[in-house]
Write a protein of this length. Structure first.
Ligand SMILES: CC(C)(COP(=O)(O)OP(=O)(O)OC[C@H]1O[C@@H](n2cnc3c(N)ncnc32)[C@H](O)[C@@H]1OP(=O)(O)O)[C@@H](O)C(=O)NCCC(=O)NCCS
Length: 177
């Protein structure tokens, strides 16, 4: 896939959103009906990936502030997560950015676009240092959890293993090497 023909823009109240459809109706509806309201209320910012050669939205994602908090029921995850953090910097909370929504147009699915989008988010919070944050988090749809696993995300807990979505995290330090 030639990603050089893609451009990333931030959604504004004036943006004319180009055609988009993925397999999850809720995510289609969010883009066209809710994304601008979330932005206006400072609850999430949305970015669009457009194809310069086609009149379509290739993918979109929304980001919001988050934190990872110590849970005494999940000591083993916390110990694993802390192992990468030097002793003096260990806390009971760590700054994070949540991927509130991420979807790829079904025309472009399975061609590495989702991975490209995740890499651009990882880049923005590591190399480009847009904000001090250590982890990415996502409430991953069960159907998408393998996609996140393949991109280095881990489950935070087993307690949500029967839910429709599962909390997953990615340690951005793994992208900094
Ligand atoms: C999930 C989604 C974002 C993946 O985007 P994509 O561009 O198709 O993914 P990529 O091509 O970068 O795939 C990377 C790897 O993940 C795998 N993968 C992608 N989607 C997957 C899925 N739903 N289930 C299992 N594996 C998946 C690919 O096979 C690929 O594996 P490989 O590296 O071994 O070849 C996209 O299919 C989508 O928008 N789905 C509908 C909306 C959705 O579920 N969003 C997530 C909400 S939490």
């Amino acid at each position: 896939m030639d990603f050089s023909k893609f451009v990333q823009i931030q959604l504004t109240s004036d943006t004319e959103i180009k055609a988009f459809k993925c397999v999850e109706d809720d995510l289609n509806a969010f883009l066209f009906d809710d994304a601008k309201h979330f932005q206006k209320e400072l609850m999430a910012v949305t970015f669009l990936i457009e194809d310069l050669q086609e009149d379509v939205t290739v993918a979109y994602f929304s980001l919001l502030a988050d934190k990872i908090t110590f849970n005494s029921e999940e000591k083993s995850v916390w110990n694993r997560l802390n192992r990468n953090i030097p002793n003096p910097k260990r806390r009971r909370n760590y700054p994070a950015v949540k991927i509130g929504r991420l979807a790829v147009n079904e025309i472009y699915a399975g061609k590495g676009v989702g991975t490209f989008v995740l890499d651009s988010i990882k880049y923005a919070f590591t190399t480009a240092k847009r904000l001090g944050c250590r982890f990415l988090t996502v409430d991953a749809l069960k159907t998408a959890s393998l996609f996140y696993k393949k991109n280095g995300f881990e489950f935070f807990t087993d307690l949500d293993k029967d839910e429709d979505t599962r909390l997953m995290f990615y340690d951005l330090k793994n992208f900094c090497v």
